[in-house]
Ligand binder design. Structure first.
Ligand SMILES: *Cc1c(COP(=O)(O)O)cnc(C)c1O
Length: 225
């Protein structure tokens, strides 16, 4: 199938999952995960209607950046080292993988120097075998401390479900992220909105949408990998 057909299929599945759960499909952004894809493939996806693209490596993002349609909105979705923030601060619209105060502070510092406020998500660790993300019990302290930083805006949470998780585990993990966002929102921290939930990849985005995802991150199923 072509990227166009794949995207259409994803949008259909999202629409169905939204209908089942009483949600509006317009509230779900399809973020195309473009790691290992060429600039040509990314541009093809953009011609098919993709507006937002996600890379998990800074080096790879920089290598493709100039060859991709400048209308694209870039997101960093993978673990981000503090010393790499300076390379992407001016290039991305959202960082999904904030998991330490040190990283939040560095994003804030780099964005202040270029007069920008960066949208960020806090990455929550939802399974033992994945080392990225912060433990849910540590999230309140991190958000409390990071919420005073003026050049980041905390928009919500991100997670990855454990690899090969069954339906029941997926529902548990994604519902837990949703419930955590509701809890954090109720605390009314300054500068923290919790309106964005980035969850769901090729194999599990339907479950994620049912549980409240507002950004899904398909890669393989969009690009036929
Ligand atoms: C690779 C990746 C995805 C996409 O995974 P697919 O299985 O290709 O859909 C989503 N999110 C993150 C953080 C990734 O690294």
């Amino acid at each position: 199938m072509s990227i166009k057909d794949n995207l259409e299929k994803i949008r259909q599945n999202v629409a169905e999952a939204c209908k089942e759960s009483g949600r509006n499909p317009e509230d779900v952004l399809v973020l195309a995960v473009t790691k290992t894809r060429t600039a040509d493939e990314i541009n093809e996806a953009i011609r098919c209607g993709i507006t937002d693209i996600g890379e998990n490596r800074v080096q790879e993002l920089l290598a493709k950046y100039d060859d991709v349609d400048p209308s694209a909105r870039w997101h960093i979705i993978g673990h981000l080292q503090t010393n790499k923030v300076k390379y992407i601060a001016d290039k991305v619209c959202m960082i999904h993988s904030v998991d330490s105060l040190k990283l939040a502070e560095e994003i804030d510092r780099r964005c202040r120097s270029i007069g920008k406020v960066m949208d960020v998500l806090i990455e929550i660790n939802s399974g033992e075998e994945n080392k990225d993300g912060i433990d849910p019990s540590g999230v309140y302290e991190l958000i409390e401390e990071a919420s005073s930083l003026k050049n980041i805006s905390i928009k919500g949470l991100m997670t990855m479900a454990p690899l090969g998780a069954d339906q029941e585990t997926l529902t548990k993990v994604f519902s837990a992220l949703y419930n955590l966002s509701v809890d954090i929102k109720a605390k009314k921290y300054d500068n923290v909105s919790m309106d964005t939930l980035s969850m769901g990849m090729s194999g599990d985005y339907v479950d994620a949408v049912r549980c409240g995802a507002t950004i899904i991150r398909p890669g393989r199923t969009l690009f036929n990998i």
